[in-house]
Design a binder for this molecule. Structure first.
Ligand code: AGP
Length: 607
């Protein structure tokens, strides 16, 4: 997803902004650009590809800027190209702007502007904003912005500079995140506070349709009526220097971080003696938790898969009716949300547009929202009534790994707490806690098998189609395993409930379509075995992932990967580490771009 960064102050603007952009690389992009003011004129420089290519061009052209804005672009309207890269200028070169979001009525605005004699140079919706502002400006840019914002439909986070306003950056956010960093004699604006947190931790979050006028020594915020006071926040999360360490890719580093991440997610969140869980940051009162009669889980992608695990845990343990829905579907329904419904919104980034929109819809229906999120101060955490944090540290690889694991741990703790508030007794609670506390070592044992898993991955890296199948907790795990392989190796991998194979998908099974069988749920292993016999009878190759003490599938699998014993409810954690490693090593074998796969973004902040 696009990343925006702007700076005004005493430092070298070009260097500061390029450094800030690099901290946004993880969001996924295909081009980048920078613009600023120098000797009263707008200067801009743009390049396709990585930021390093832009940096090379900036230095070749000896670009100097008194203040700067920049953007990493993830193409939505118009292919990746220099012309379509941001920043975009108006025809008169009086202003430059960068944008994260989508302007839904860009076509009609473009036609209207072309009738006024405006000639567009790009295919983007963003240039429409620049040209519109250029046409509307009559000498008071703040007034221009106030008039222009209501004309824009869709989501937009904007950072804008104007040649008549040296030293100033104008920033606007509407359904797309933007945060301002206030330093001493300097100021920053970015899509993600982590990009400037090394310089300042005092931040202001812009709300919809607010306009910020950012100077190195002052910050004014306006709504459409006039100037308003905004409270500042202190960034609390420790800023972890984002680096790959000794790993070749962030994705591999984050896979291997998972024993520590599990320990972090568990830390000080359970009461051994009472066999239950506790969250210091949970500010939903006990009575509201006791009155919960049903739970709705909303999420996208990997977060939806952990949500499916959470739904099974809450039903199996807490006996609370729990259902999940895809955020991008839910937001367009007229949902039925009965009283006493608790909504759990899961999002690693806290910026996924579909999940935020779904949360706003469900809040309009009067439901309480509990967020499970990895980013402090993200938009979702400010929309929710309460947030449980993953504590997983920044997840840089576009494909989500440690966040999934941490989401499952947090959901398991929450389910335990809700179960102990209802039917579960102390001893059952302590037993579940013991299984949770064993997971870091269970996962470490799986990670120690990486060379064995790599060998198997190489055998299967040439296939273009895969099935992942499982039952019960292994069904969402199959969806997640398939998504991992799809995302980073570009193989057509599909996850299915094993019982569904005979209802159609088995038509695709042949010697060129292997099946990864997730057999780590003992209760339904015999049923899975029957499904696999149907696969084997059609020459389908089978990679079986099974518990050390449950080796029934060994006789029909072509390759077997065992995991240490754990309970069915938590088996998704070690099994998913296996499928993460399988996907990683297959992608390596195929030479794919691991950390920033094609077409993907780390945080999908647009529809
Ligand atoms: C997961 O590997 C993907 N990158 C993607 O499905 C992701 O889980 C989804 O976009 C949701 O992101 P979120 O957790 O930040 O809301």
């Amino acid at each position: 997803m696009c990343g925006i960064f702007g700076y005004t102050g005493k430092r070298n603007s070009v260097e500061t902004v390029l450094k800030g952009l690099k901290k946004l690389e993880y969001r996924g992009y295909d081009s980048a650009g920078i613009a600023g003011l120098h000797t009263g004129e707008i200067v801009s420089c743009k390049e396709v590809g990585k930021i390093a290519a832009l940096e090379k061009l900036v230095h070749e052209e000896k670009i100097e800027l008194d203040l700067a804005i920049a953007q990493t672009r993830w193409a939505t309207h118009g292919k990746p190209s220099v012309v379509n890269a941001h920043p975009h200028l108006d025809q008169g070169r009086t202003l430059a702007l960068v944008h994260n979001g989508i302007i839904e009525n860009h076509d009609s605005l473009r036609i209207s502007l072309e009738k006024q004699g405006i000639h567009f140079v790009s295919e983007t919706d963003t240039e429409v904003i620049a040209q519109l502002l250029g046409v509307m400006y009559q000498g008071d840019f703040l007034a221009t912005l106030r008039e222009a914002i209501p004309l824009l439909k869709g989501a937009f986070a904007l950072a804008i500079i104007h040649k008549d306003y040296p030293g100033q950056i104008f920033a606007i956010a509407h359904e797309s995140p933007l945060v301002i960093g206030i330093g001493h004699g300097e100021a920053f604006v970015s899509s993600d506070s982590n990009a400037f947190a090394a310089h300042t931790r005092e931040v202001v979050f812009l709300a919809n349709s607010e306009i910020a006028v950012i100077k190195s020594d002052s910050l004014q915020i306006f709504d459409l009526m006039g100037e308003i006071d905004k409270e500042t926040h202190q960034l609390t999360e420790e800023i972890q220097e984002i680096s790959k360490g000794d790993y070749e890719h962030y994705t591999l580093k984050e896979i291997f971080e998972q024993p520590r991440v599990i320990r972090q997610a568990l830390l000080s969140r359970f009461l051994e003696e009472y066999g239950t869980a506790t969250f210091e940051e949970l500010n939903l009162d006990v009575n509201s938790l006791l009155s919960v009669q049903r739970i709705l889980i909303l999420a996208c992608g990997t977060s939806l898969h952990s949500g499916l695990i959470g739904a099974s845990l809450l039903e199996d343990q807490a006996r609370i009716l729990t259902y999940t829905d895809i955020s991008s579907e839910f937001r367009y329904k007229n949902p039925i949300v009965p009283p006493d419904t608790l909504v759990i919104a899961i999002s690693q980034s806290g910026e996924t547009a579909d999940t935020i929109a779904a949360v706003k819809e469900v809040k309009a229906k009067g439901a309480k929202v509990l967020a499970i999120c990895n980013v402090y101060g993200s938009t979702l955490t400010r929309e929710a009534d309460s947030t449980l944090y993953l504590r997983a540290g920044p997840e840089i690889g576009v494909c989500s790994t440690k966040a999934y694991t941490s989401q499952v741990i947090v959901l398991a703790l929450f389910s335990l707490m809700m179960a102990r508030m209802r039917h579960m007794n102390k001893y059952e609670g302590q037993e579940f806690l013991n299984a949770l506390k064993a997971l870091p070592d269970v996962v470490q044992a799986v990670l120690d098998k990486a060379p064995e898993i790599e060998k198997i991955a190489k055998k299967y890296a040439h296939y273009e189609n895969f099935f992942f199948i499982g039952r019960r907790y292994m069904y969402p795990s199959s969806l997640e395993g398939a998504l991992k392989l799809k995302e980073i190796s570009y193989i057509n991998a599909n996850g299915y409930a094993a019982g569904e194979m005979k209802h159609g998908p088995i038509a695709l099974i042949n010697a060129d379509c292997p099946t990864v069988a997730l057999g780590a749920n003992s209760d339904t292993l015999d049923k899975l075995e029957s499904n696999l016999r149907e696969v084997a009878a059609r020459d389908g190759k089978i990679i079986a992932i099974i518990k050390e003490s449950d080796r029934g599938l060994e006789k029909i699998a072509n390759d077997v990967i065992t995991i240490p014993d754990t309970i069915d409810e938590l088996a998704t954690v070690p099994v998913t580490v296996v499928t993460q490693l399988l996907a990683y090593y297959i992608a390596i074998e195929r030479g794919a771009d691991i950390d920033q796969p094609r077409n993907l973004a780390k945080s999908v902040t647009v529809e």
